[in-house]
Ligand binder design. Structure first.
Ligand SMILES: Nc1ncnc2c1ncn2[C@@H]1O[C@H](COP(=O)(O)OP(=O)(O)OP(=O)(O)O)[C@@H](O)[C@H]1O
Ligand code: SF4
Ligand SMILES: [Mg+2]
Length: 434
């Protein structure tokens, strides 16, 4: 992650005891470390033409009646030590993309290379050694942390799955990992329901780190957490990246989270990447109208509108169905700039500036279109201002434990790889089979 990404520097790395995170050496930060010029780093993950079409079956005979084009031809690279943020509205294919690149789903087409090795169609056995290097933190900790297993069993599961015995034994290593993520190692024998959402995130992170991975794909790791807890978890991820040289793909549905954590950002719309750029360029001069709309959905920072700080600008209209996406540019049904060419010809994702790719026939980048300050008159027609000031209902405080999450009623979506029942790295849904 880049240096200025931390959400709040004052609580950076705070643990349950209020100390800095002490991260004993696992992997040397040599291959990664804090991101500088990420483009010049080695390519750890390369994705080409990746597709996932979920078939739709109908009737008694289970006839093929089309497909949900969840991911419909995407290309990107992730460099060692960087954080790639992936953003887009609900249903645009972010989670499917995450599950494809970690090979929990079998791709319909395309290619995935990890560290120069083609892993597109590797089976369970072929993927087993790779699992050590790539881990996923899932969207929902309630289904991904087995409620019948203790934290010790959950965090220690990867060792069992891989048949690995760490130095000093599994228990000692699990307790060390709990400490690394700011949890009390004494809570080894507790169950997931005894922890708050933020603490479950930490359990998930500990589990993801157990095998010393190189790539961590985090699917909405903080989206359901209270803002202060979001900052702590984001800062924990940040510290761990710096210490362990991790590479992240972090998925979120709005740009306010990824702006703090990402070096580069990919914007997805209906199964496609429509813009891919470094964070600076994307925020300063977004070129795709959809990115601009998403940016305008970030709370308005203008002090003159202080009283309206709980307002958000949202794009009108629903996302079209991924079963039959619109012709030409998929965004044309909601775009205020659409012309005839947009309706008939699909714009390719091309680099219009160094390191800044965009798929649009009429890209934006004029200085008068800086998000948060000026919204053009035409854009205003396509958006609406929504009052989101109503506070969310608090969950009851969870039973005591030793972290800094204050047990505040976050409902913690964004857990981790399952330790059993739910999707586990070694139990793909329709993924690699042998
Ligand atoms: N196993 C599946 N079978 C059929 N359709 C699926 C399956 N998984 C996902 N989809 C569909 O694929 C599309 C993309 O889903 P996905 O979960 O990847 O979106 P997302 O961007 O992660 O959304 P969200 O922000 O709500 O998590 C959706 O239309 C979804 O209904
Ligand atoms: S190609 Fe046309 S419809 Fe699509 S985003 Fe660009 S201007 Fe809008
Ligand atoms: Mg998702």
């Amino acid at each position: 992650m880049s240096e200025d990404k931390a959400v709040t520097s004052d609580n950076k790395g705070v643990t349950s005891e209020g100390k800095g995170v002490d991260v004993p050496a696992q992997r040397s930060a040599g291959h990664g470390g804090p991101a500088g010029d990420t483009a010049s780093r080695e390519v750890l993950l390369k994705v080409t033409g990746l597709q996932k079409h979920f078939p739709i079956k109908k009737g008694l005979l289970q006839r093929n009646a089309g497909a949900v084009k969840a991911v419909d031809g995407i290309d990107f690279e992730v460099h060692s030590g960087e954080t790639l943020g992936v953003v887009g509205e609900s249903g645009c294919g972010k989670s499917t993309m995450g599950r494809l690149i970690t090979r929990l789903l079998e791709p319909t087409a395309g290619q995935i290379e990890f560290d120069g090795k083609d892993i597109t169609h590797l089976g369970v056995g072929g993927m087993r050694p790779m699992r050590r290097d790539m881990q996923m933190i899932f969207q929902d900790p309630y289904s991904s942390l087995n409620p019948r297993h203790t934290i010790g069993t959950i965090v220690g599961a990867p060792f069992k799955l891989q048949g690995v015995t760490p130095d000093g034994g599994v228990k000692k290593e699990v307790q060390r990992l709990l400490e690394v993520v700011g949890l009390n190692p004494e809570h080894y024998n507790r169950y997931p329901h005894e922890f708050s959402g933020g603490q479950r995130q930490r359990i998930g992170i500990a589990r993801a780190l157990a095998l010393n991975p190189r790539l961590v794909v985090a699917d909405e790791p903080v989206s359901a957490l209270d803002v202060s807890i979001q900052a702590q978890v984001v800062n924990l991820l940040d510290d761990l990246q710096a210490e362990l040289g991790l590479t992240y793909v972090i998925i979120a549905h709005d740009l306010s989270v990824v702006r703090h954590v990402s070096d580069r950002i990919a914007v997805m719309y209906l199964g496609k990447i429509v813009e891919l750029a470094d964070r600076e360029s994307l925020y300063k001069a977004p070129m795709h109208p959809y990115t601009k709309a998403l940016l305008s959905a970030v709370p308005i920072p203008d002090p003159k509108r202080r009283s309206a700080k709980s307002e958000r600008i949202l794009l009108k209209g629903d996302v079209p169905s991924p079963i039959s996406p619109p012709s030409g540019c998929r965004f044309h049904t909601r775009c205020w700039k659409a012309t005839e060419v947009c309706r008939t010809q699909e714009p390719p994702l091309v680099a219009l500036k160094t390191g800044h790719q965009v798929a649009c026939h009429h890209p934006e980048n004029a200085p008068d279109q800086v998000p948060g300050e000026t919204v053009t008159a035409a854009a205003r027609e396509a958006i609406e201002i929504v009052d989101v000031s109503k506070p969310a209902a608090d969950e009851p405080e969870p039973d005591g434990n030793g972290s800094d999450d204050n047990g505040s009623g976050d409902n913690g979506s964004g857990g981790t790889a399952a330790d059993g029942a739910a999707a586990s790295p070694d139990t793909p849904e329709d993924g690699p089979k042998e």
